[in-house]
Design a protein around this ligand. Structure first.
Ligand code: ADP
Length: 566
């Protein structure tokens, strides 16, 4: 019992396997089917003509009577048979009928011509080959209905006609005596010829299904054009973007499905879409941000590429891939607007910082001079608390003045519009060293430099940059006196300056952060500062189209580099 269930299971598996191997049929894309159908209708017409001409060419009698078409050996007989085949060719073009019906009509026409040729030859075996040839051609439709009908036709023709009028179908005695056996032999070969065609058809179908799957799952819209500018295929993404269905689009001229316009919404100079250029001169054409209008008068922005299709060097059509970029464009515009707003509020903020710092300077100068005066005049004359408090006030005011000076310098960097002039860096360095004279002497520093070049720069800003870097070298020192060296070398497109010191160095993890405003690594008061100096340096360098960076080993010193183009 169990055994038979397993056997049944195995059998159903086998049948299912066989079933999935069989081609599905009826899935040819419209343009491919139409092309094949046109060819097969032409073949049917050809047979109609050949059959009609058999009589006159071979010299059949020109009997002209109503019964003549039914008499073998008359011209009218072959003409009548030609007309039967021609009728199938005419019906095959019946536009209102479905594909299966039209293909079956052509199938009947072709298999009928086989039967007629066998009959006209008096049942010559060799003429039976014609059936095989016709079945092979019919497999081009890749559709079960016409194919199976043709096989049934052959079987009935051989079996029934063979039994009733064996001499119409066969030309030898063995077949006259056993028509069914000979029909079976013929059927056997017909069957295997069909299996061969079906296998070819199945492989063909699998390859097409894969292409279809790729097209269907593509996010971009893709459609094909023939030389008549008609859409031959379209993928679902394209149909969706064009606001229609695949079925509605295929077969229509492109101009009826989509109106293509320039970025500013006007027509192209020659009135026709550049996409069609691929069809005219075989060139690839692509563009961004152009406009596609749908049938319902809505539009969207596209990026597209249109490629010509060549079959053996012959231009046969084009394939167009496009993408709706309306969303991207909108995001780009929004981003640009945001950037503009940001730049504006940045400028406003800078202006505010400048004005605020500038206006603070004056009252602060008063506070500073009076607290200093207070300290000078009353130091030691009041109680010790008062001395201490005055000391805090002087320190605080000094720090605040430093901060305001730096803030003013920071907000001034980007505001000046002067052109960059050739500037001798040695002269600039000399000025800087004069400014830093006191700090250098106090720290016992040694500052040296290599020959420096002339670069295109804003001299004042270059001085500020060098002063900040050398000043930091003097400030961030350990117990040793600072040793600072300034040099410059040429690379391919820029001058690279360096300021090297032997101070406390910087942990590499902060190498980027120290260039941001208010970033200080030592906040316990051991190295006073505002955290603005390097931010000013970065702004100056960037304004000159250059870059700035640091290399350092903590405890061994730091080297600041900045590159100026030129
Ligand atoms: P400030 O000097 O006012 O603190 P900067 O912007 O000039 O601010 O420097 C930011 C931070 O980078 C400093 O607080 C310091 O910690 C570090 N730094 C800058 N230059 C050096 C240097 N030459 N050696 C060691 N550390 C430095």
């Amino acid at each position: 019992m169990e055994k038979s269930t397993t056997r049944n299971h195995g059998l159903s598996e086998m049948i299912r396997g066989l079933w999935t191997f069989l081609p599905q049929g009826g899935s040819l894309p419209a343009d491919v089917w139409n092309k094949r159908h046109r060819f097969l209708v032409g073949l049917t017409w050809f047979h109609a003509l050949v059959i009609a001409l058999v009589g006159p060419v071979i010299g059949y009698t020109w009997e002209l009577s109503l019964s003549a078409p039914f008499h073998d050996g008359t011209v009218l007989h072959t003409v009548a048979e030609g007309l039967i085949v021609a009728a199938f060719a005419v019906l095959g073009n019946w536009k209102g009928a479905s594909r299966a019906v039209r293909a079956s009509l052509v199938g009947f026409g072709l298999v009928s011509s086989s039967a007629i040729l066998v009959h006209l030859s008096g049942g010559y075996i060799e003429l039976h080959f014609h059936f095989f040839v016709m079945l092979a051609f019919l497999a081009l439709y890749q559709d079960w209905v016409p194919y199976l009908l043709a096989i049934v036709y052959v079987a009935i023709h051989h079996g029934v006609v063979g039994v009733l009028w064996p001499r119409e179908v066969y030309n030898h005695v063995a077949a006259f005596n056993a028509p069914w056996t000979w029909a079976g032999i013929h059927a056997f070969f017909v069957l295997w010829a069909s299996v061969g065609s079906i296998i070819a058809w199945r492989f063909n179908e699998a390859a097409m299904a894969q292409t279809k799957l790729i097209l269907d799952s593509a996010g971009d819209g893709i459609y094909g054009l023939n030389r008549e500018e008609e859409i031959t295929f379209v993928n679902p993404a394209a149909a969706r973007m064009l606001g229609s269905s695949v079925k509605e689009i295929v077969g229509k001229p492109m101009s009826q499905v989509v109106a293509h316009m320039t970025t500013d919404g006007s027509l192209f100079p020659d009135g026709s879409s550049p996409i069609l250029r691929a069809l005219k001169d075989g060139t690839t054409c692509h563009a961004t941000d152009e406009v596609f209008w749908r049938g319902d008068r809505t539009s969207f922005l596209v990026d597209y590429v249109s490629n010509p299709i060549f079959e053996r060097d012959r231009l046969t059509g084009a394939v167009v891939a496009f993408r709706d970029v309306t969303g991207r464009k909108r995001t780009e515009q929004e981003l640009a607007k945001k950037a503009e707003e940001l730049a504006r509020s940045n400028a406003e903020l800078q202006q505010f910082a400048y004005v605020a710092s500038h206006d603070l300077q004056e009252p602060l100068r008063m506070v500073s001079s009076y607290t200093q005066l207070l300290a000078k005049r009353y130091q030691g004359k009041l109680d010790s608390d008062a001395d201490e408090f005055i000391g805090y006030a002087v320190d605080g005011v000094t720090r605040m003045q430093g901060l305001i000076t730096d803030l003013l310098a920071y907000s001034r960097v980007g505001t000046r519009q002067n052109e960059f002039e050739p500037t001798d860096c040695s002269v600039v360095l000399r000025e800087v060293m004069a400014n830093l004279k006191v700090a250098v002497e106090e720290s016992g520093a040694v500052v040296t430099h290599d020959p420096l070049p002339t670069v295109k720069a804003d001299g004042n800003q270059l001085a500020q940059l060098l002063q900040n870097l050398i000043g930091n070298g003097l400030k961030f020192r350990d117990h040793r006196p600072p040793v600072i060296h300034v040099s410059a070398r040429r690379s391919e497109r820029e001058w690279i300056f360096s300021v090297r010191d032997n101070g406390i160095g910087i942990d590499p993890q902060y190498a980027e952060r120290i260039f941001e405003i208010f970033q200080r690594l030592h906040t316990k008061g051991e190295y006073p500062g505002t955290g603005i100096g390097l931010a000013i340096c970065k702004k100056i360098v960037e304004r000159h189209g250059g870059r700035i960076w640091v290399e350092s080993e903590p405890g061994k010193g730091a080297t600041f580099y900045f590159a100026f183009p030129g």
